[in-house]
Design a protein around this ligand. Structure first.
Ligand code: ADP
Ligand code: MG
Length: 319
């Protein structure tokens, strides 16, 4: 049907970072409160995401690796409305096609292990583990040399995986994350608050303001902005989420900085984590959900509201 063909157009698996994103989303959808993420060689040879979520029965497990089977289906209009990340049933099947995939899972009653090579289930066996799921992805694109060659250096792939993990650290502060590269720990983050996650990711920022529930024009803004004396020379310290989804939109950066006004020294860029929530009808859903770009129905009002919110918050601390 139309929903399926639309979503089929998207490419879910492009690099280790996209695999990590899909696997962590699944873990969170499964109600996990603790996740372990391990990568080797920037994720090129090995990725593991382990959770303490609801797990799967044997039947669920067999279905999970089939294309377009999802336990969370909703229609495309709902992408910015639904509470779970998944809706396509495409990720595990796609990952399985281009790697060696091992899933062990337990729903608390039975435990199973499934092994898949290049899209074929080669083994399903009984095992034992605590409730939860572990997905291991070996040798991404081993069977598509052109794609494998297209991957970046280990260092760059690792950087991209780390950015994905950082977004989850920020959007899910109550979930505990352990993120490791081979044997070195990159993040060990117990369940905490947005403020402490912000400090974990940007330890250099010693002074910042929280924005709590700023509401105007049907737009709600929450988040953290640094005091203007803490900045970077680029905008890598600024992240935006719209209705819970990470987005790339240059105008959001510019509007944020417009809110700082004179307080910013030319060429400096403050830190910010901004959550914008607005009615789903204010978002144009014709943009593919896999894309990070967003299109607001009335962009001006969103940008102006963000700038005003930042301006008012900074003014309130100046007294
Ligand atoms: P989607 O997330 O869109 O449903 P996926 O291919 O990512 O599609 O996952 C397929 C199905 O596998 C999910 O709907 C879910 O039922 C199951 N699943 C995947 N990962 C997990 C997990 N970590 N814990 C429990 N169930 C999972
Ligand atoms: Mg999914």
């Amino acid at each position: 049907d139309e929903v399926v063909s639309k979503i089929a157009a998207g490419e879910v698996v492009v690099n280790p970072a996209s695999v990590v994103k899909e696997l962590v989303e699944n873990s969170i959808d499964a109600g996990a409160t603790q996740l372990e993420i391990v990568i080797k060689n920037g994720g090129k040879t090995y990725i593991k995401v382990s959770d303490n979520g609801n797990g799967m029965s044997k039947d669920d497990l067999l279905l999970a690796v089939e294309r377009y089977t999802t336990s969370k289906i909703s229609d495309l209009e709902d992408i910015y409305n639904i509470t779970s990340y998944g809706f396509r049933g495409e990720a595990l099947a796609s990952i399985g096609e281009v790697s060696r995939l091992v899933i062990t899972t337990s729903d608390g009653e039975s435990s199973h292990k499934l092994e898949m090579i290049g899209g074929k289930v080669v083994k399903v066996s009984e095992t034992f583990r605590e409730r939860g799921t572990t997905v291991e992805v070996f040798d991404l694109f081993y069977n598509i040399p052109a794609r494998r060659k297209f991957l970046s250096s280990e260092r760059v792939e690792k950087r991209m995986v780390t950015e994905v993990v950082e977004r989850f650290l920020i959007t899910k502060p109550s979930v505990a994350f352990l993120f490791k590269d081979e044997e070195s720990v990159i993040y060990n983050a117990p369940s905490s608050s947005l403020e402490s996650r912000f400090s974990l990711i940007f330890p250099e920022v010693k002074d910042f303001q929280t924005i709590e529930n700023f509401v105007q024009n049907d737009i709600e803004i929450n988040g953290i902005i640094s005091s203007p004396q803490f900045f970077r020379k680029n905008r890598t310290g600024q992240v935006f989420f719209v209705n819970g989804r990470f987005v790339l939109d240059n105008m959001l950066h510019l509007s944020l900085e417009r809110g700082y006004g004179e307080a910013l020294i030319e060429g400096t860029h403050p830190y910010a984590v901004i959550f914008i929530n607005l009615p789903p009808k204010e978002i144009d859903v014709n943009i593919h959900p896999q894309k990070l770009q967003i299109k607001f129905s009335d962009p001006r009002i969103v940008y102006d509201t963000l700038a005003r919110c930042v301006r008012e918050r900074l003014r309130s601390v100046q007294g």
